[in-house]
Design a protein around this ligand. Structure first.
Ligand code: AMP
Ligand code: MG
Length: 416
């Protein structure tokens, strides 16, 4: 792969395509109990071993009967009851009915349930006030999931509701891909740990805690390598350690022209890293490549170098690294849908890069409103903290006037 041969700025979609082409998704699997399966990725499809529901059952509290018996005006004779967990054991014959509760099995012979509000009962004599339709109020066996049908395809990320669905099928254990190991580090002489007192020119290392938290949303195995000074020997040592323990290394800082030199120099000895200028704002400088290493997926690892500016680091992680990591983890996923909405205020933009401005989408009186969160400088992390969406402005678009339509990309669960 020679990503550097891209002339000029690399469009976002192209960067994602190049990363996917260079990444080999994980193949190692493990068996897990359902209770531990949240946010893991299925490594094989799941087919249902049973019908859900398992039996025809009642959708209402009422009386189970034979619909043909309603052709005469004669009342029905109550012969027993069917409760959830306690089915009626006998057969409903001509002129008979059975008291039935929601979820209880439809007794043999009965084909319809009349809801209790539509009958008059005198002891065991039941008069039908309002005739149900044939088959009414019955939930059919297998109407949710039929036996042997595909429940989830390989690559499905398991959600809380998926766990419920698998539990309803009696699935106690599933096969998933092993968790990808990701090492995170920050570079920069100015970065100080949160417990230090800041001297002039120092800042707290906020990217590393942010990235570790973002990665925890993905349910990967995260290894914190810490903070590295702008010193070639220390950078070499830190990257070597990271590569030896992880499948993926994510660093922030030191990828822009000028201070990139050490990182670049070091990485060239450890693999094949390409420094890209991605056509997005925030986040132009971005590095991606393959690391040669023992003990990793297919004996190689992957490197993502994020810009140091906190907003750029978050946005490049979310728009570029996240889809690559999901692909590496074996996940099959759809692109996030865009909403097309009129913007409430003017937006400044230069053609040439796709803007991911931070915004808020709100609803009032059934109408949606989109607005920017203000200062869009790539150092202003509060512009992301206050936002719930990106206002995505296409690469070639210029400034936008209030009232013009813009594309809104909602923040997903991997960012919020
Ligand atoms: P760099 O990409 O190293 O040139 O850094 C660009 C800007 O981001 C500089 O103002 C850095 O101080 C800042 N920065 C770099 N790394 C971090 C970090 N881990 N946390 C917060 N800010 C950072
Ligand atoms: Mg730096």
């Amino acid at each position: 792969m020679d990503c550097c041969s891209q002339p000029g700025l690399l469009p976002v979609a192209q960067a994602i395509k190049l990363m996917r082409a260079a990444i080999t998704p994980i193949t190692a699997t493990e068996n897990l109990s359902l209770a531990k399966a949240l946010d893991r990725i299925l490594s094989e499809p799941i087919y249902s071993a049973i019908n859900v529901p398992g039996h025809n059952n009642s959708a209402m509290d009422g009386f189970a009967l034979r619909h043909q018996d309603l052709n005469s005006e004669a009342p029905l004779k109550l012969i027993g009851q069917s409760l959830a967990g306690h089915p009626f054991k006998g057969v409903v014959n001509q002129g008979e009915c059975v008291r039935i509760m929601t979820g209880a099995v439809i007794p043999e012979g009965a084909d319809t349930v009349v809801m209790q509000e539509n009958v008059r009962a005198h002891d065991d004599i039941i008069h039908i006030n309002q005739r149900p339709k044939p088959g009414e109020n019955i939930r059919r066996a297998g109407e949710d999931i039929a036996i042997n049908s595909l429940v989830f395809a390989q690559g499905k990320r398991i959600s809380p509701v998926d766990i419920g669905l698998l539990a309803s099928l009696g699935v106690a254990e599933i096969k998933v891909f092993q968790r990808v190991k990701v090492a995170v580090l920050s570079t920069g002489d100015e970065l100080k740990p949160l417990t230090d007192k800041l001297q002039a020119g120092d800042i707290y290392d906020s990217n590393r805690p942010t990235l570790i938290a973002l990665l925890s949303r993905l349910n990967l195995e995260v290894i914190d390598i810490g903070c590295v000074a702008d010193d070639p020997e220390k950078i070499t040592a830190a990257f070597t350690r990271a590569i030896n323990v992880a499948d993926v290394v994510i660093s922030s800082g030191g990828v822009s022209v000028g201070d990139a030199d050490y990182t670049k120099e070091v990485l060239e000895t450890l693999g094949n890293i390409n420094f890209w200028k991605v056509a997005m704002k925030p986040g132009k400088p971005f590095a991606f490549g393959v690391l040669q290493k023992p003990n990793a997926i297919a004996n190689k690892g992957w490197f993502f170098g994020l810009p140091g500016n906190p907003v750029s680091a978050v946005v490049t992680y979310h728009q570029l690294v996240l889809p690559a990591l999901r692909y590496l983890a074996g996940e099959e996923f759809d692109e996030q849908p865009l909403l097309n909405i009129s913007i409430q205020s003017d937006l400044k933009k230069q053609p040439g890069r796709a803007d991911y401005q931070r915004g808020r989408l709100t609803t009032q009186g059934g109408k949606n409103y989109a607005a920017t969160t203000g200062n869009q400088s790539s150092g202003v992390l509060s512009s992301v903290a206050q936002a719930n969406c990106y206002i995505v402005l296409e690469q070639e678009r210029g400034s936008v006037k209030a009232g013009e339509k813009v594309n809104i990309l909602m923040f997903d669960k991997f960012l919020l």
